[in-house]
Write a protein that binds this ligand. Structure first.
Ligand SMILES: Cc1cc2nc3c(=O)[nH]c(=O)nc-3n(C[C@H](O)[C@H](O)[C@H](O)COP(=O)(O)OP(=O)(O)OC[C@H]3O[C@@H](n4cnc5c(N)ncnc54)[C@H](O)[C@@H]3O)c2cc1C
Length: 266
């Protein structure tokens, strides 16, 4: 099932300096993140996330108005002038952000890879990494085979591909889906606490870090309640993603029979 949680509005900013040169920037804006990253020595790509499947119309000026009134005030000051100039130049592109769990369809003679097979929100820029990782998994599976002509036997053997790809693919997919939700603004105080905790400490379990931070130095009943809501919000975000990826394939790949598929006999 293809989901479209949001769209990206793309602009190119010219002759400006990013706050941190040669780094990608994620602005935790309201209602959802804005990305900036360099694409040449003089140009910066800006991607404004707009939640939902519809974006303001470009042709009647609604988009320019939205970018100037809602988005521009949240843009770092260093980039503000270049952002406004880019809107005025009018080269604005939009695209839907698709998310699609991998649904294996073993078909003799064909193997789907790349975005046609599996997509995640592009916030973390993980799509090409998953595609390349899948190529390596497939290369390793095909390497010992002297003959690729028997499409039916090969198809059966390649069922292990769908399990062997999971450690990398699921990690990147889960991170993309969860971070997009965590980084989007929410009226829920627990979600906002998670967003702040995420900002403060990305590399540790964000929910756990957030709860720890709430409980220190003194765990008041109110703080404990927000902590419980935080864990519950984190579960609401993460569990559907894990379910779509496949609990068994993600956490217990060695229990999937296809994992042990032996190469076809010569
Ligand atoms: C805004 C954005 C930023 C991203 N940033 C990153 C990043 O930083 N790092 C990263 O790893 N990934 C990133 N990704 C994801 C990455 O771009 C994709 O995962 C990757 O391009 C998928 O490669 P693909 O070959 O499967 O599909 P595509 O790159 O989409 O290639 C499919 C090609 O097929 C062509 N095509 C479609 N239909 C037909 C047809 N009927 N006949 C002939 N040709 C056809 C299309 O025109 C296209 O050229 C980003 C994605 C987006 C949307």
């Amino acid at each position: 099932m293809v989901d479209v949680p949001s769209c990206f509005v793309g602009l190119v900013l010219e002759d400006c300096q990013l706050p941190y040169a040669n780094h990608g920037h994620v602005i935790l804006a309201d209602p959802s993140p804005i990305l900036f990253y360099p694409i040449s020595s003089t140009e910066v790509r800006c991607l404004v996330d707009v939640p939902g499947q519809k974006v303001p119309t470009i042709s009647n000026g609604e988009m320019a108005k939205y970018l100037k009134t809602t988005v521009a005030p949240q843009v770092p000051p260093e980039l503000f002038d270049a952002f406004i100039s880019s809107i005025e130049r009018g080269n604005i592109r939009t695209m839907p952000n698709r998310s699609m769990p991998a649904a294996p369809h073993p078909t003799p003679g064909a193997l789907l890879m790349g975005d046609a097979f599996n997509m995640r929100h592009p916030l973390t820029g993980g799509g090409m990494t998953v595609a390349f990782s899948d190529i390596v998994v497939l290369r390793n599976l095909l390497k010992p085979l002297p003959d690729l002509n028997d499409a039916h036997t090969l198809c059966k053997y390649l069922e292990s591909f769908y399990t062997l790809r999971k450690p990398v693919a699921s990690t990147i997919n889960t991170l993309a889906g969860a971070l997009y939700k965590v980084f989007s603004a929410s009226p829920d105080r627990a979600r906002n606490e998670m967003r702040r905790a995420c900002f403060d400490y990305l590399s540790l379990g964000v929910a756990i870090f957030g709860v720890g931070r709430l409980l220190l130095p003194f765990p008041s009943p109110k703080r404990m309640w927000i902590g419980a809501r935080l864990i519950s919000s984190a579960s609401e975000i993460i569990f559907p993603i894990i379910k779509a990826e496949g609990v068994r394939q993600m956490f217990f790949p060695a229990t999937v029979p296809a994992y042990y598929r032996a190469p076809p006999a010569k």
